[in-house]
Design a protein around this ligand. Structure first.
Ligand SMILES: [Zn+2]
Length: 415
């Protein structure tokens, strides 16, 4: 290829990428989680897939060990690197994974370093450097049609053999996946991540769908104030209470007891450890599902939702650690704070102490008082419902509002 051809090619790629970015900016991104069915692969292919994660870790740590100049001049065609084995001895490693993966590991590290340097320049403080990784669980697949693609959707081809299959670079056979039905109709496929979790390997595929303005059923529900509590996690000004705690399963407790009895580092110990990690993953999934469900109940169809910017991190440290940890509160709060219809009230606003009817501020109120009785006007109400009502009132008059820190739409972030 002559130099001119190379430049032309570079320009074509750049223009095409820009067009895609522009098109996607007007669309709505959705991430779909597809679980790989590893049973459809033979042993060699399965090992190869797992080896990708190991090789990425070797490469990542090799790159981190290089000097600045050597890092900058790193040649992504390199196949031979050195890494340390578990006793700390240097070993030569030969990379067998597709070249594209080497490039993505290198470029994502470069990006991380750039971000660190930018932060260092901004604050003027030393902020450490990237650490060596003990695991590499998420591989960037950045080019649909090259690093990964969907072979056949749920309809499959004529004989149905390749129904619900995807292709991952370097693995010849199409891989069956679960969850293809989540992909919305008419979606445009984009980049993905190959993620290793205790329960298996997943492809997190980003799809872009057309934005559609459907205002048929939205904005019909009344405005709402919500109070975050500890006993019943969330109370709304309608008097509805949501308990969003997710308890640790008995199985998890049993496994932890079993682990304590086993010899550390033995085979049995490792397999129990894996089971525990799977159990934690399930717990996290349940927590996330619950947060999504409550979020939907609260926000969908409302113009205004008022909440208070409360210090959940502080609760974690204090008395209520266990109870807060078992609930989906943090996730839910983050989701709410980034919603444009949610108004956030300053954390010092006396929502528990103020009477929503006459505005009297009740001085001595303790956590054990479950009902609120106003000494000035005689108004009585459940303590949490009252807080939610006070917050809603404050929100309607825009008293003590703080703007959510993250008022960004996905389109803004991308541009
Ligand atoms: Zn009152």
């Amino acid at each position: 290829m002559t130099r001119e051809e190379r430049e032309n090619k570079g320009r074509r790629i750049k223009e095409k990428g820009e067009a895609t970015r522009l098109r996607h900016a007007s669309m709505h991104p959705v991430v779909v989680e597809l679980k790989l069915d590893l049973k459809c692969l033979n042993n060699a292919e399965r090992n190869k897939l797992f080896l990708y994660f190991t090789e990425c870790r070797w490469l990542c740590n090799h790159l981190l060990g290089l000097s600045n100049d050597m890092f900058r001049d790193f040649e992504t065609r390199t196949r031979c690197i050195t890494s340390l084995d578990k006793d700390g001895n240097e070993v030569e490693r030969n990379l067998t994974m597709p070249a594209k993966f080497i490039q993505t590991v290198y470029s994502s590290l470069k990006q991380d370093m750039k971000a660190l340097a930018a932060k260092r320049n901004k604050t003027g403080k030393r902020n450490g450097k990237l650490r060596f990784r003990s695991s590499y669980d998420s591989i960037e697949l950045n080019q649909y049609g090259n690093t990964h693609w969907i072979c056949y959707g749920p309809d499959g081809n004529k004989n149905g053999k390749y129904k619900n299959t995807i292709h991952i670079a370097g693995i010849k056979r199409p891989i069956r996946v679960f969850g293809m039905e989540q992909i919305p109709a008419g979606a445009e496929y984009a980049n993905a991540k190959l993620v290793k979790k205790p329960s298996g390997i997943y492809l997190m595929l980003t799809c872009y769908i057309q934005k559609h303005e459907d205002s048929t059923e939205s904005e019909t529900k009344p405005d709402l104030g919500i109070d975050f509590g500890i006993k019943t996690a969330i109370t709304t000004s309608d008097g509805e209470k949501y308990d969003i705690s997710v308890r640790e399963s008995e199985r998890l407790k049993g496994l932890q007891r079993k682990l304590a009895r086993q010899k550390k580092g033995s085979r049995g110990w490792y397999s129990t450890k894996l089971l525990i990690r799977r159990e934690y993953e399930k717990l996290a999934n349940r927590r996330r599902a619950k947060a999504n469900q409550v979020y939907h109940d609260i926000v969908t169809g409302r113009k205004l939702v008022v909440m208070q910017d409360e210090n959940i991190k502080g609760w974690h440290k204090g008395l209520f650690g266990k109870q807060v940890q078992n609930s989906a509160l943090g996730t839910l709060r983050r989701k709410l704070m980034s919603d444009p219809n949610v108004l956030v009230i300053d954390r010092f606003f006396p929502s528990t102490r103020m009477c929503p009817v006459c505005g009297h501020i009740h001085e001595n109120i303790t956590l054990s008082d479950r009902t609120f009785a106003c000494p000035a006007c005689g108004y009585t109400e459940d303590r949490d419902v009252k807080s939610a009502k006070t917050l809603l009132l404050a929100g309607k008059h825009e008293i003590a509002c703080t703007l959510p820190e993250q008022k960004r739409t996905p389109a803004d972030v991308r541009l």
